[in-house]
Design a protein around this ligand. Sequence first.
Ligand code: 13P
Length: 287
Amino acid sequence: MLVSAKEMLNKAREGKYSVGQFNINNLEWTKAILLTAQEQNSPVILGVSEGAGKYMCGYKTVVGMVKGMLEELGITVPVALHLDHGSYDGAKACIEAGFSSVMFDGSHYPIEENIEKTKELVAECEKLGLSIEAEVGSIGGEEDGVIGAGECADPNECKAIADLGVTMLAAGIGNIHGKYPENWAGLSFETLAAVKEKVGDMPLVLHGGTGIPEDMIKKAISLGVAKINVNTECQLAFQEATRKYIEDGKDKQGKGFDPRKLLAPGFEAIKETVKEKMELFGSVNKA
Ligand code: 13P
């Protein structure tokens, strides 16, 4: 059964660990992440961007696939199905389709409009027992064609959004999606501490989990981060393993062309990446 992310994130914040959000793209991704969560006895959040939702033939298809897998694979750890960086309409569509959690990213709107739209969606999610993530201060880098400059969040604006009753809050602290550039200044722990000071017990979300050094991840968790999003790292692991399979000529040996064989190394690579992240985030055996 899909669950809201509320309980798992509150437990994570109290226990000083983080739950990973891993973005899905297709059946292999979803199966790899769910099986790893079960093997590691870890709660998990499946992230779906609007682009990935379209790619997988729409949100209803995604809900059907994930629910089917939970049952057929015998997954008993807590799993939330979460819209990543949703628009207002996208959030509504996911609520309708049966997601257990949504993110409304109103960070590109003026703060008043972000507040107004977030408030409406909070009310809707509350009625249905779903969790909702909001964002203040944009996350840099490019994701699904959306390019953010990566500004640090204003702690007072964070408080205004947190007070609307959101479940978790993504605050920009110098983090960016995709690979970090050589000259990246690192996370702004000053901003994170100032946000934490204002929002108290609200679980905080760290986007752009790919490539953040381990010590920074641990420090961020100690300062209230309870959810960390990882996407690019699974894509790179899949790409490298698939490239190796083909470069080694395995696709030309016997039935190596069978897609179930061709995609297997990438599938295993995603499993390994997710396991490493769960260990680093401290969510193993926290189901
Ligand atoms: P990365 O692709 O940098 O891991 O970021 C993922 C993310 O934040 C999804 O919202």
